[in-house]
Design a protein around this ligand. Structure first.
Ligand code: AMP
Length: 388
């Protein structure tokens, strides 16, 4: 095996575990830069599988398939977190895997992630571990209400979450999350949600975009804007925390840190994602280097690209809710907004809450860019209403 410090150059093969839209956008970027891509996931005709040079369709516990995949690739990364860390450990005996399996093992489990952050002195939302209804009742007493109960493993986009507004709601909330191991968090009355996307190479080089401002609807990201409208002090603190977390992990790859900015101007870390993030999709058009190129450069041990914004930008998600019962949204109407860029992920079945694509706009200010996106997206909804 080559040394970790030998860069992996164009022409070599990038292994991608997981086959959703993040893998698709990484593969598009890798292809532009002359790399080959090989995707591994249990799904066929997937967003990433549709456009990769090679595809392995197999379960995450298929030792023979994992071994063959590792032997066919020069470096391996992942595009979603719910991959058994044992699979990554097996892959890493053959080929470098970034983010490292121990980073995934921590960040894929809310309780381990929050404990790691807390023990390393990072500011997190007050939380307690929940392993029984009794421990939940105790925690509700200590933390108070409202509070948010979240499963420790396998949660995303608000799945496996339940708000507890009153002590009496605790038993039904515990039922609602399947009586699984969980964390109870204080409900944060935040002024804004922001995220920072950082990248770190095996040589220890770090680069990050200044914070992105995020608006959620039903716990799912709806609109992101960059640069975030925050004070220079908050901006510096968010960047510093992101670098410090990557260093504490000695992590290689891309890390998204999601923060709450409280009404009294404190930053609390909500969540980490050791990969490109939905809030960073606007870096494709809005920044000098996209988060996917940054992921590629980091895992290949190449110097990182610049993170400057080209212009204020915004991104709006296109969820399955926008699709009419029959047919497609009116893409032609969307294209009448000449500055807006359409990204669709090749998913066949629209479902409520399912991320089918996104649109991006650059403008004089992030708010104006977001306003144009909302106007454009409304044309799709109007069409859907007519069809229904
Ligand atoms: P998560 O899956 O933890 O990122 O949560 C998704 C979204 O739910 C967040 O981006 C917030 O908008 C909201 N949320 C999650 N946890 C809390 C909390 N402790 N207090 C207030 N809002 C929250």
């Amino acid at each position: 095996m080559s040394s970790l410090l030998d860069p992996i150059l164009p022409g070599r093969t990038i292994g991608i575990v997981g086959s959703g839209q993040l893998g698709r956008m990484l593969a598009l970027c890798a292809t532009r830069m002359g790399y080959r891509t090989h995707v591994y996931s249990p799904d066929s005709d997937s967003p990433a599988g549709q456009i990769c040079h090679a595809e392995t369709v197999a379960e995450y516990d298929d030792i023979d398939a994992l071994t063959a995949f590792a032997q066919a690739t020069d470096v391996i990364t992942l595009e979603f977190e719910n991959i058994p860390s044992t699979a990554l450990e097996l892959l890493s005996t053959f080929t470098p895997v970034f983010p490292q399996p121990d980073v995934l093992s921590t960040t894929q489990h809310r309780l381990r992630e929050k404990t790691f952050l807390f023990e390393n002195g990072f500011p997190v939302t007050p939380f307690m571990a929940i392993r029984s209804l009794d421990s939940l009742l105790e925690a509700v007493k200590t933390i108070g209400t409202p509070a948010v109960l979240k499963t420790a493993g396998f949660g995303y986009d608000g799945k496996g979450q339940c708000v507890i507004r009153h002590r009496d709601d605790a038993p039904s909330a515990y039922q609602a999350i399947g009586q699984a191991e969980a964390v109870l968090e204080q409900f944060v009355a935040f002024e804004k949600e922001i995220s920072v996307i950082g990248a770190r190479t095996p040589q220890g080089q770090f680069a990050a975009y200044t914070p992105i401002e995020n608006q959620h609807v039903n716990h799912i990201l709806d609109v992101s804007m960059a640069p975030a409208q925050i004070s220079p002090a908050v901006e510096q603190q968010a960047l510093h925390l992101t670098q410090s977390i990557m260093e504490a992990f000695q992590m290689v790859g891309v890390l998204c840190v999601e923060f709450f900015l409280t009404e009294d101007h404190r930053l609390l870390i909500n969540e980490l994602a050791p990969r490109p993030h939905n809030s960073g999709h606007l870096t494709i058009e809005g920044a000098l280097t996209s988060q996917f190129e940054q992921q590629l450069r980091a895992i290949c041990g190449l110097p990182l690209g610049r993170c400057d914004w080209v212009r204020p930008s915004a991104m709006a998600n296109l969820l399955g809710d926008l699709w009419p019962t029959e047919g497609e949204p009116d893409w032609e109407a969307l294209c009448r907004f000449p500055e807006i860029k359409l990204h669709l992920y090749g998913k066949k079945t629209p479902k409520p809450g399912r991320k089918m694509g996104h649109i991006t706009a650059l403008n004089e200010s992030p708010l104006m860019a977001a306003q144009r996106l909302r106007e454009a997206r409304n044309t799709l909804t109007q069409f859907a209403n007519v069809q229904n």
